[in-house]
Ligand binder design. Structure first.
Ligand code: SAH
Length: 371
């Protein structure tokens, strides 16, 4: 078997420069190439007309630019698009595009499956298979852009744009930090996707040393999946809490905001009926947050087969919101999007080395079908 080719989607600007220099090319070629890759969306080196012919030929013979392959595309009634993407080696992951009032948010995966075992999350049910490479993380944006253009073709409308990226798909991003960081660099680099640091959000269940490492490595926004205001309950819902309990986690959040006075931490809180949605929980949450610059995002629980929780009623969510709001905590309610195609938070499952299921998806893609 031939060795896989180097995929240039895996190299951020620094790495691309280093790689070029090692091959005897000039480092400034990096910005030229990145403009072709990310601004023009070109993957064929022969189209990169400001590179010399011999360089184009050499690149074409040795490396590649390749996103994962789309094996299923579902478009929700609300415009949300979900892709099942085939990775090398047989696994597949899911990526979701959520259009909203002029914004277009891409929800990106970082692992096949997840090791963290949060009790209310569908991805946890699959267990953990492997980390995504940088090229596979960036490749999701690459492929989404291509597909959004294809979907717009012939409609007369401009292609939907990706204005924000949230690392909230399958997996725990901070358990894959080494591959995540270069992908974030590519998202915020003006030579590449050029997203502002406030438009790229990494969501974590709270792996504290990795939060610190992320803070030292790249300037993006942080979301923490809190889901409970006390350790007893959080141990149950987000078991990584046993290793990094709330006091330790909140200290890491304080270090995060100390870097930049204008920043805040976004806390995600999934609303589980009768479990964590009582006014008493909201009062505990107010105390826990104290004067930390924060926003709370209440997420209606999205059920999946076999899970033991149900979604909080709208009244319970409103009551919870009231308590936080009265205490001066900025709180938003997340609208559920794309649930008719199983694209909502916590419903991403992809597939782990399960060929029969993939064949199923191919032959009978029924939207809204429960997995
Ligand atoms: N592992 C990372 C990112 C992936 S999950 C993290 O934990 O933050 C993205 C968000 O969806 C998290 O806040 C997660 O807790 C939430 N989520 C998981 N399952 C859910 C479900 N069934 N309904 C609603 N939100 C869910």
């Amino acid at each position: 078997m031939t060795a896989p080719r180097l995929n240039l989607l895996g190299l951020d600007q620094d790495a691309l420069r280093r790689w070029l220099v090692e091959r005897g090319d000039k480092p400034f070629r990096a910005s030229q190439m990145m403009k072709w890759l990310y601004h023009a969306g070109v993957s064929d080196f022969s189209d990169m007309t400001d590179l010399s012919k011999s360089m184009r030929a050499r690149l074409g013979a040795t490396v590649e630019v390749r996103g994962p392959q789309v094996i299923f595309e579902g478009v929700s009634d609300d415009g949300t698009v979900k892709w099942l993407l085939q990775l090398d080696g047989g696994n597949a992951i899911e990526t979701v595009y959520i259009p909203d009032n002029g914004r277009g948010t891409l929800c990106v995966s970082t692992q096949v499956g997840c090791a963290l075992d949060c009790s209310f999350c569908a991805t946890a049910r699959q267990g953990f298979n492997r980390n995504l490479s940088t090229a596979e993380i960036v490749g999701q944006i690459w492929v989404a852009n291509q597909r959004l253009e294809a979907l717009a073709e012939g409609t007369g409308a401009a292609a939907a744009r990706i204005t924000n990226v949230v690392i909230m798909g399958m997996g725990e991003p901070l358990a894959n930090l080494a591959n995540l960081i270069p992908s974030l660099n590519i998202m915020i680099d003006d030579m590449a996707y050029g997203l502002s640091k406030r438009r790229v959000t990494v969501s974590t269940s709270g792996i504290v040393p990795a939060i610190d490492k992320l803070r030292e490595s790249v300037d993006v926004a942080l979301a923490v999946s809190l889901h409970a205001p006390n350790d007893a309950l959080r141990d149950e819902l987000v078991p990584i809490n046993k290793k990094y309990p709330l006091a330790v986690l909140m200290d890491a959040c304080r270090r995060w905001v100390d870097r930049d006075r204008k920043t805040h931490v976004m806390f995600e809180y999934v609303m589980l009926a009768g479990v964590n949605d009582q006014p008493e929980h909201a009062r505990q949450l107010v105390k826990l947050l104290g004067d930390l610059p924060s926003k709370v995002n209440l997420i209606p629980f999205n059920p999946f087969p076999g899970v033991g929780y149900t979604r909080s009623s709208n009244a319970a969510i409103d009551r919870f919101w009231d308590v936080l709001n009265h205490a001066g905590v900025r709180t938003t309610k997340r609208r559920t999007r794309g649930d008719d195609i199983d694209a909502a938070c916590g419903q991403l499952a992809g597939q782990v080395d399960d060929k029969s299921r993939r064949d199923n998806k191919f032959s009978a893609p029924r939207f809204g079908e429960q997995r």
